[in-house]
Design a protein around this ligand. Structure first.
Ligand SMILES: Nc1ncnc2c1ncn2[C@@H]1O[C@H](COP(=O)(O)OP(=O)(O)O)[C@@H](O)[C@H]1O
Ligand SMILES: O=P(O)(O)OC[C@H]1O[C@](O)(COP(=O)(O)O)[C@@H](O)[C@@H]1O
Length: 304
């Protein structure tokens, strides 16, 4: 079983417009409310790949009810902890380029946190727990550390998609995979990359610090996979980008979903790329047919 954790899910309010003028009234021809939150996106792709999974996290209030309805409609096996405060709304403005406004999230009480840990107690040996996204400001800074401690005590593996110090702190605990995008990787080391070799050298530092696999995504330029034995590269397949929100989550889901099936990092990389790009080419998180259509187009080369 794979468990996804979305401590701070959202309703994504996606506004499509030709251009936006700051400080003026803008009319928005196309607006949608979508279930958001990185772990939820991961669960959506795992469902498409028919990989059994359970989604954990916190949900509450009227916005939470909208989210719950969407989770039901998407057949997500949801064991979210219900909370008194309101799930957040994140605003995604697509006006040529994409601007994202991600809110801080709800207040979560000690009793609600304890209920979450009761749900997490279902994790057993051989499971993989995927931890994704930001923490609501009210949760303890070491919330993810506590999850990892419990998951490892149960004999399960974990993957983590977070940034900054939280990501660095998780590395000595040997995550199955970490998936920074190239900007996040550069920010981790307070640098900008001179070239691809420089990027790979920094990705390899995450491996040296403890990650089992490092997946560095580069949006339309594809991705690099670093394993203890090799470095692999693939361009992204070509297509018309409709919505790149959730592309990174989809890539992580494809990688972990395929890896738990065959333990083959190259095949997992291929699925990761197909899922990431299929989501970029879809209005919402990708469906199976779009993923399958891209799989034969993924060309992976061994570069080290
Ligand atoms: N414009 C795009 N064209 C094709 N594939 C894309 C595009 N944007 C994202 N992808 C796919 O999704 C993966 C993850 O995207 P990326 O934007 O790097 O992640 P994140 O959402 O975490 O920033 C990429 O490696 C690629 O496979
Ligand atoms: O938890 P965070 O970092 O605030 O991110 C939440 C946002 O991430 C998303 O899951 C999208 O993630 P990516 O585009 O980075 O893959 C949105 O659906 C959601 O609004």
């Amino acid at each position: 079983m794979i468990y996804t954790i979305t401590a701070n899910p959202a309703i994504d309010y996606v506004l499509q417009m030709n251009k936006m003028d700051l400080g003026a009234v803008n009319r928005v021809p196309d607006a949608q409310l979508l279930a958001g939150g990185k772990g939820i996106n991961v669960s959506q792709i795992l469902n498409q790949l028919k990989v059994p999974n359970t989604a954990l996290g916190f949900v509450g209030g009227e916005i939470g009810k909208i989210l719950e309805k969407q989770l039901t409609a998407k057949h997500i096996n949801d064991h979210f902890t219900r909370i008194a405060d309101q799930t957040r709304i994140n605003v995604k403005i697509k006006a040529g380029e994409e601007t994202e406004l991600n809110a801080a999230g709800p207040k979560i009480t000690a009793a609600e946190t304890a209920s979450f840990f009761q749900e997490l107690a279902a994790v057993t040996k051989g499971d993989v727990v995927i931890i994704s996204g930001s923490l609501p400001a009210s949760l303890a800074k070491d919330f993810y550390d506590e999850i990892i401690r419990r998951v490892q005590a149960a004999g399960a593996d974990f993957a983590i998609d977070t940034t900054g110090q939280q990501l660095l702190d998780s590395l000595p605990l040997h995550p199955l995979v970490v998936k920074p995008n190239h900007h996040e990787l550069a920010d981790l080391f307070h640098t900008t990359f001179k070239d691809e070799a420089d990027l790979i050298a920094h990705g390899q530092k995450l491996l040296a610090l403890g990650a089992q696999h490092v997946l560095v995504s580069m949006a339309g330029a594809g991705a690099i996979l670093i394993t203890p034995d090799h470095v692999y590269r693939s361009l992204a397949p070509k297509g018309k980008v409709k919505n790149s929100v959730g592309a990174g989550d989809s890539m992580l889901a494809g990688f972990v979903g395929a890896f738990t099936h065959q333990q083959d990092p190259v095949e997992a990389f291929q699925y990761g790329l197909a899922c990431g790009s299929a989501t970029a080419f879809s209005e919402d998180i990708a469906e199976r047919a779009a993923i399958d259509a891209l799989l034969p187009d993924i060309q992976i080369s061994t570069i080290q």
